[in-house]
Every structure is written in structure tokens, then in C-alpha cells.
Design a protein around this ligand. Structure first.
Ligand SMILES: NC(=O)c1ccc[n+]([C@@H]2O[C@H](COP(=O)([O-])OP(=O)(O)OC[C@H]3O[C@@H](n4cnc5c(N)ncnc54)[C@H](OP(=O)(O)O)[C@@H]3O)[C@@H](O)[C@H]2O)c1
Length: 322
């Protein structure tokens, strides 16, 4: 089958290890099944894998991709949930210490066929296009859990999103504004900030700007470059929810004193559960949300999509048709 896979890794030149070519069809062990993919999408996670972060070299070659939607062996249209729990785990799978994401231990979704546990199939609601379905399982699910499970906010609360154009950032803006939250964003680029306002953000600021008032919660995926601003932007008792550290995980100022003195909550958040993915898909359709798609291209051209992400040119999700 055709697949985009990591053949080797380089911290400085991630595209050098990317190969788009033939791989064997995956085999489904007991309790697993296969999905013939119609669409798949790119996440920064795939770039980290090519940089050698989170994917040990002895597991190569590995088919990349955590986002996908397609047709099951039974002929049903499904979304693929990417969090693979360890055998026998029945609680929240994001808390399973032995969980993995597709493409970390098992081949991922940037392929014609993917094998997943049967439990990981989520019905694709009628009314959700194949392109939009592929956007949801990773960045959008992460945004959903950050906002609705971990942020402790209500309609009318003000939420700052660090970054404006990324997959998680655009999902946060679109989900939050649809749910009645006042969404503010920061961006390195004024045009990306304006695009976030067009998507539903209330206001956009440049990175590090002094805000008109302190916010109830901050959504962090940028990390070192914005951490200090996040802590300084929160009202006493507010929450920073962090699910990524694109610019590095060692900020020059950890702001520990401000965290305890203002009694802030620092909440880690990773992916979401299968049931959260099912609710997310329903919410997206019922609320008429159309996930922002940066570009759509055939899987055979995956290298172009990876290049857009590595160069920071992405606005929304890069979707591959299979
Ligand atoms: N924990 C989880 O389960 C989980 C799930 C999904 C993603 N993540 C992580 O979350 C991060 C974002 O993922 P993604 O797929 O949304 O990536 P992406 O599409 O490449 O987006 C990157 C974002 O970071 C911002 N950014 C990058 N470098 C920056 C810098 N130096 N200063 C300020 N802003 C910067 C960009 O904002 P502008 O371009 O607007 O400035 C953009 O919003 C990644 O690190 C990813 O690994 C974690």
C-alpha cells in the first residue's frame, strides 16, 4: 500500500527522513480491525517523529499519522481514534501509562489502510465531510479536552490561545467561540491573527502584548516562547492548560512565584478519550462548525504538506486524500 513513513530521523532536517512509497498492508491482531482510509491529516506530532522525539529509532520504518477517517471492514464510515490503550485497560485511556498514539508503536494513518483496536472506531456523523472528519481525532480532540474538560471555564469566560494559525489553535478558536467563550489569540503574524478573528476569535494580539484585562484561562501549545506571558495574563485563580511546547519545553522564566502567589492552576492535557471524540464529532456537525483546512492534497504529495508545517506556513489542517 502507499504510505508516508519515517525511514530515518534528523533533529535539524526532519524532511530528510520522510519517505512516501510502498509499505506492507497492516495485519489486525485479535480484537483489532482495519480501516480503508479516505482522508488523513497532518499534525505537528508527525514532524516531532521525524525529528526523533517520541519515536525511538529502533521502531523505524514507521508509517506516520494520527488523524484519519475511512471505511471499516463492515462497510461503516468511521473516524479513527488514535489513542491505543494497553490490553485490558478500561478507564480513561489518556491516563493509561502504557498507552500510545498511532505511529508511535503501531503504524499510523498516512496510508491506504490502518489497523486499530475495534473499540477505536467512532461513527462518522452524516453531514461531516471526509475532509473535516480527518481533522478531528488529534488536534481537534486535544482542543476539545483542553477547553471543555480541563479549563474550568463557562460561556462568557475569556480564554487566551497562544498561537493563532496552528491545528490546535484554530480548533480552540472555532470550538470556544461556538460554545460562547470569548476567545483571544496571540500570533507572530498579524495576518494570522486577523484570520483567527474571521474564524470567531474576539480579538487578536501580537505575541507578548499587554492585554486589556486578565483572562480566566490560557491555552498553551507554544511553550517556552509564550509561557511567561501566559502566566502573567491570568487572573488570580485562573488556569493554564498546556498540551504542547512547539518552541521548546524549558522557558527562561518558570514564573513559580507568580503561580503560587496568584493561586494559578497548571493543567496538563493530552489528546482525549474515544467518547470525547464521539461528542466532538456530534458538536461540530450540530453547531455547523467547519474546521479550518489549510490545504488538501493527495497522499502521494505528502512531502509538500510536511514542508508547509516545518516552515510554519500552515493555517489550519493539512488534509491528505487517499
Ligand atoms: N498533548 C497532545 O495530545 C497534543 C495534541 C496535539 C498537538 N500537540 C502539540 O501541540 C503543538 C501544536 O500542534 P499543532 O499540530 O497545532 O502544530 P502546528 O499546526 O504546527 O501549530 C503550531 C502553533 O504554534 C505557534 N508557534 C510556533 N512557534 C512559535 C513561536 N516560536 N512563538 C510563538 N508561537 C509559535 C503557531 O502560531 P502562529 O503561527 O499563529 O504564530 C501555531 O499556532 C505541537 O507541539 C504538538 O506536538 C499535543
Amino acid at each position: 500500500m502507499l504510505a508516508a513513513f519515517a525511514k530515518s530521523q534528523s533533529a535539524d532536517d526532519p524532511l530528510s527522513g520522510l519517505e512516501v512509497g510502498e509499505r506492507p498492508d497492516p495485519q489486525a491482531p485479535e480484537g483489532w480491525t482495519t480501516v480503508r482510509l479516505r482522508t488523513a491529516a497532518l499534525n505537528h506530532h508527525d514532524v516531532w517523529s521525524l525529528r526523533g522525539v517520541g519515536l525511538p529509532a529502533d521502531r523505524l520504518p514507521m508509517v506516520l499519522g494520527c488523524d484519519g477517517a475511512g471505511v471499516s471492514e463492515d462497510g461503516d464510515e468511521v473516524l479513527v481514534h488514535a489513542v491505543v490503550a494497553s490490553p485490558g485497560w478500561t478507564a480513561d485511556e489518556t491516563l493509561d501509562p502504557r498507552r500510545s498514539l498511532l505511529s508511535e508503536v503501531h503504524d499510523g494513518t498516512l496510508a491506504e489502510v490502518v489497523a486499530v483496536p475495534r473499540h477505536n472506531l467512532v461513527p462518522k456523523p452524516a453531514g461531516l465531510s471526509w475532509e473535516h472528519a480527518a481533522c478531528l481525532p488529534t488536534a481537534w480532540l486535544t482542543a476539545y479536552r483542553m477547553l471543555f474538560t480541563n479549563a474550568d471555564v463557562q460561556p462568557g469566560s475569556t480564554v487566551l490561545v497562544q498561537g493563532a494559525a496552528g491545528g490546535v489553535a484554530t480548533a480552540l478558536v472555532q470550538l470556544g467561540s461556538a460554545a460562547g467563550l470569548r476567545m483571544w489569540v496571540t500570533s507572530r503574524d498579524a495576518a494570522k491573527g486577523e484570520q483567527a478573528v474571521a474564524l470567531g476569535a474576539d480579538r487578536a494580539f501580537e505575541n507578548g502584548a499587554r492585554l486589556p484585562e486578565r483572562v480566566d484561562a490560557v491555552m498553551e501549545t507554544v511553550g517556552a516562547a509564550t509561557w511567561s506571558h501566559s502566566i502573567n495574563s491570568l487572573r488570580p485563580g485562573g488556569s493554564v492548560v498546556i498540551s504542547g511546547a512547539t518552541s521548546g519545553d524549558a522557558p527562561s522564566k518558570a514564573e513559580l512565584t507568580k503561580i503560587f502567589f496568584k493561586q494559578l492552576r497548571v493543567v496538563g492535557s493530552t489528546m482525549g478519550t474515544r467518547d470525547e471524540l464521539e461528542r466532538l464529532a456530534r458538536f461540530v456537525v450540530d453547531a455547523g462548525i467547519e474546521p479550518l483546512v489549510d490545504s488538501v492534497m493527495p497522499l502521494a504529495d505528502a512531502r509538500d504538506g510536511f514542508a508547509r508545517m516545518v516552515e510554519g506556513r500552515v493555517a489550519g489542517k493539512v488534509v491528505f486524500t487517499v
